[in-house]
Design a protein. Sequence first.
Length: 736
Amino acid sequence: MAVIYHAESRTFHLYNDAFSYIFKIMDPGIPVHLYYGRKIHDRDAFDYLLETARRPMAVVLSEDRPDLSLEHLKLEYPVYGTGDMRNPALDVRHENGSRLLELLYENHQITAGKSVPADLPGVYTEKDEEAETLALVLRDAESSLQVILYYSVMEEMPVLIRSAQIVNAGQNEIRLETAMSLSLDLPEMEYDMITLTGAWARERHVRRSPLHEGVQSIGSLRGFSSNNFSPFFALAEKNTDENSGTAVGVSIIYSGSFLAEAAADTYHTVRIRIGIHPETFEWHLQPGDSFRTPEAVLVYSDAGLNGMSQAFHTLCRTRIARGIWRDRCRPVLVNNWEGTYFDFDEEKLLAIARCAKDLGMEMFVLDDGWFRCRSSDRTGLGDWIVDTDKFPRGIRHFTDAVHAMGLLCGIWIEPEMVSPGTDLFREHPEWIIHEEGRPMHAGRHQYVLDYSNPDVVDAVFEKISAVLAESRVDYVKWDMNRSMSDVYSMTLKHQGELMHRYILGVYALYSRLIEKFPGILFESCASGGARFDMGMLYYAPQCWTSDDTDAYERQKIQYGTSYVYPLSSMGSHVSAVPNHQLHRSISFKTRADTAYFGTFGYELDLTKLTEEEKAEVRRQICFMKEHRQLIQFGTFFRLRSPFEGNETAWMCVSPDRSEAVIAYYRQTQEVNAGYRRIRLQGLDPDGLYAIEGQTETYYGDALMHAGLLLSDASCGEEKSEEGDYISRLYVLKRIA
Ligand code: DGJ
């Protein structure tokens, strides 16, 4: 790994074993991109990669070089207005109304390691040898605006982290209108763009479509990253599939409104941008002020989409997620939400908890409804005082009772909201995001607190700290259930800063709570997976993946989520049938076989299970406890996509390749179907493997190249024992 500067050619070569990223400083000081892709040999100069052409109508850099124009160069951090006609990375307003900037090289520093930007989530290193960072300083001479571009190359991962710091080193105020985390110009457009799209209860479905001339973008204006579009896309070469071919994954470590874009021009080059959504952003920089963008993550893979995802997984799991739970297997839990909704009291919950303990579970999570005025979702949020009708002896009595059973105990909160009917709502209308005199628009009957106001964050911190200190819980599910509207703050000077300041407030609250309660396992949630992003993973190492607990829907959601996020981060539970979202009944086995591939738990009233079902749950929990280290921390491969057919398959392999768990799911039964086999991935080709429950043994190479044969009775015999929505698990152990 290195960041090399070739002074004579003014060329930077950033590389590790996987990729090279090359740009040069071109007269009069413009950073021009030359190459991003598989690692190539270093050289003193890469000028042959500079594509220039005399283009009629172009605005030229200088009269004596008619072949050079900003519009046709590949730029590292383009600005608006001085010749580049594409979307800019940075757009400002000077005091005189001008938008013009000319950012030229001033100096640079190369340092070992990588630091996390202040007040933002980011990638960290534990040792300086893990990364090298280039800080490239550019300056606009006229205004003295300085832009520092940060590039960090990770030693062991095909990962480059980029961000920008914008410093007002001049005498006048400057307003930022657009400040992207990353802009990257690629020389070709023959890519497919892969995105993860969805909505409530159908998050992160995989979509793939060819790039065309023009802008293809996704984003969020909701104040959170959203379940509609995950803050990620990949550009994959046409022949790239899960296991082979080249792909570039692009993401951002941020939880607020974002824009991610691939814009192909009519010369068939592509500009990638990702950052805070400019539509709802502005930032005022007084002389001396600076602004830091969130970090963008670039992953390069020439091992297909699985290779890309595995790099994202390692990064998220080991260098974004933090805390004592980062490397620990996650407790098997029962959550009472779908089991009881708001209809519970202490006795009812303790009965479920007793049952959970008896079945081998490790944690009870008390979901929504434990606090005053919360017998429905119409009111209650904001005061955070226990409901003594439900818990006559207080919350501590309940959590002590759960702890006394030998279970961990968790609690649900939604600290960013306030409902009508609460003291908070009555006493502090100025703490609610809305404009006085205009109608307030509710979402789930509730309103959003103004986290851009530090007083609000302080007040919520006090209230939530009191709840956590009193209850001594081990786990917190931090929910967030509406999009932001009526975006106006009663206390903020510059309203365009509200959305970003809001999310900084959320991060500040998380930081303070984590510091005060370092032992707590946080699970983030936003009506399921509407804020499932790398920003959140910095604070909460797991996220409730979706409110949809139907096993088949979950196979799609978890498949898509795995494009970026590791299994250790995916909250996944077995729920009752008929399923509450789909009204579909899928067997207990398939429900568990699906939920194993995540953090695993149950979300139903355990006291209603039959003895036979309880015996099955006991077996399931034993299975998960035996294999969760491998599942949550092993290498994950997608094998067959639910978006492309009737089957889904995936597998996890242990780091030393001695063990693997393979899951195969089929949606609908087929009569007299074709033969089926599945080629496994990631095994030791020379290792001899036994499959649990079978006598035959197989070499790893045979399983990977000839495949695991899956044909069953439905392929030809008269009677099949299996119906729709079946699943099979195969546990492989290397025996020689
Ligand atoms: C939305 C979450 O996604 C659910 O799991 C549950 O916690 C409810 N909120 C509670 O209101």
